[in-house]
Design a protein around this ligand. Sequence first.
Ligand SMILES: NC(=O)c1ccc[n+]([C@@H]2O[C@H](COP(=O)([O-])OP(=O)(O)OC[C@H]3O[C@@H](n4cnc5c(N)ncnc54)[C@H](O)[C@@H]3O)[C@@H](O)[C@H]2O)c1
Length: 309
Amino acid sequence: MGVIGTGMVGASFAYALMQRGLANEMVLIDTKRERAEAEAMDLNHGLPFVRPMRIWAGDYSDLASAAITVVTAGAAQQPGETRLQLLERNTAILREVIPAIVRHNPDGIILLASNPVDLMTYLTVQLSGLPPAKVIGSGTILDTARFRTLLGERYTVDPRSVHAYIVGEHGDSEVPLWSLANIGGVPLRDFRSAGGIGYDEAALQNIFERTSDAAYTIIQRKGATYYAIGLGLLAITEAILRNQHTVLTVSSLMTTQQDVPEICISLPSIVGARGIEAVLQLPLSPEEEAAFRRSASTLRTRFEQIPAQ
Ligand SMILES: NC(=O)c1ccc[n+]([C@@H]2O[C@H](COP(=O)([O-])OP(=O)(O)OC[C@H]3O[C@@H](n4cnc5c(N)ncnc54)[C@H](O)[C@@H]3O)[C@@H](O)[C@H]2O)c1
C-alpha cells in the first residue's frame, strides 16, 4: 500500500488501515519528509496493539509492488483563495505525483481523495495512461455516508440499514437520490420509525442541506475533515484487496452514461480487485437525471478552465 500525502487525511487513512490489518506493507510519501517519518514512527509504535505490518517513510521507488496507491497530497482551500486557484495548485501537485507513481508502479490502482476530487480523478486518468477502471476517486462516498448517518439518526435506524445515495460531484452540485432511498427495502416515503417518525419533506430537505454543508461546518470548527474520509478510503481499499464487489459511490470515468460529457463523477459502482467493475445504471427520476447531468456539465466546464501546463 502506498500513501502519497501524509497530512490529516493520509494519516487518518493510514491509522485506519493499520487497525484493519488489510496490508502487509505501507509506505508513506510526502514532500515534507520529516512529517512522513514522524507518522511512520507513531504508527509503528502502535503495532504491538494490532497486527504486525511494515510501515515506513519512503520514496516513489518503494511503490513498485503496491496494489493501491492512495493520493491525498494537496491542500484544502485557503482563506481568500478561489476554487480555481486551489484547482491550479492541486493540478500542479498531481502533474508531479501521478507520473512518478506510474513510472514505478504501472499496474497498481490509484485511489484519490485530493480535492476537487472528481477533477483530480479525471486528470489522473489522463496523466497516468492507466485503464480507467484502475483510477478511482473517493467521490461522494463521504457525502453518502453523511446522508445515511443523518437519515439513520432521524429514524433511529443503524445507518448501515439505510440505503440512500448521493451522486454527482463531490461538492456543491451533488444530487440526493430520494426516489431510490429506502430503509430495509421500505421506500423512505412509506417508512415509519418505531417511534412513529414518518415522511416529512422539509425535514428531509434539511437533512440533505446538512449533508452538503457538513464539510463547511467541520472546517469552520476544526480546520479540516479527516476521520470519516479516512474510513471511506479504507472501505474502498478493502473492497479492492478482498475483491468484495462492493457497491460504493465513487468517482470514475463515465463511459456508458447517456448524455453525460466525458468526466469523472460519482455513481454507485461495483468495486473489486480490478478496480471499477461496473457503474450501476440506476432508474433515476427525470429531475434526478437532469440534476446529475447538470453536475457532470459543471465539472466538465470547470475542468476546461485548467490551464495547460
Ligand atoms: N475527497 C474527500 O472527501 C476529502 C475529504 C477531506 C479532505 N479532502 C482533501 O484531501 C486533501 C488533503 O487534505 P488534508 O487535510 O490531509 O491536508 P494536509 O494539508 O493536512 O495534508 C496534505 C499533505 O500533502 C502533502 N503534499 C503536498 N504536495 C505534495 C507532493 N507534491 N507530494 C507529496 N506530498 C505532498 C503536504 O506536505 C501535506 O502533508 C485536500 O485536497 C483536501 O481537500 C478530500
